[in-house]
Design a protein around this ligand. Structure first.
Ligand SMILES: [Zn+2]
Length: 129
């Protein structure tokens, strides 16, 4: 898989702060002040208690692989997708960087990272740590 074959993510006013931080290598999640829980994907209304006004929080992006799959046949080359259970609790569906594809196992530690993709955009991936 080549990073140059991955398209830029869609950006809207609700997700723009996330992608602005991503360009600086920072991973943001949202936390709800009403119930205190973090959630993924980032959204203004808490999916757990339905209160509005969640806030951004920087996360180290570390967690444990909950589940994964390796797609070996794809026009753009093999790639691996996983649910990474963040230390804050939410599970993030994320593509792993290609060099980790053959080493993934449930329970291994991993971290969110960012890498340039097609058209100079920034995309979120995960790497083993
Ligand atoms: Zn909540």
């Amino acid at each position: 898989m080549s990073y140059d074959l991955i398209s830029a993510p869609p950006i809207n006013p609700e997700t723009k702060p996330f992608w602005d931080a991503a360009e600086q290598g920072k991973f943001l999640i949202r936390r709800c002040p009403a119930c205190g829980e973090a959630h993924w994907y980032p959204r203004t209304i808490c999916p757990l208690c339905h209160k509005a006004d969640t806030h951004w929080e920087e996360s180290p992006g570390t967690g444990t692989i909950y589940s994964w799959t390796h797609m070996r046949k794809c026009p753009r080359g093999p790639f691996a997708l996983a649910y990474l259970e963040l230390d804050e609790g939410p599970r993030v569906y994320v593509q792993f960087r290609p060099e980790d594809n053959e080493s993934l196992e449930i329970g291994k530690r991993a971290q969110i990272m960012f890498h340039p993709v097609k058209d100079g955009a920034t995309m979120m991936f995960a790497k083993l740590i």
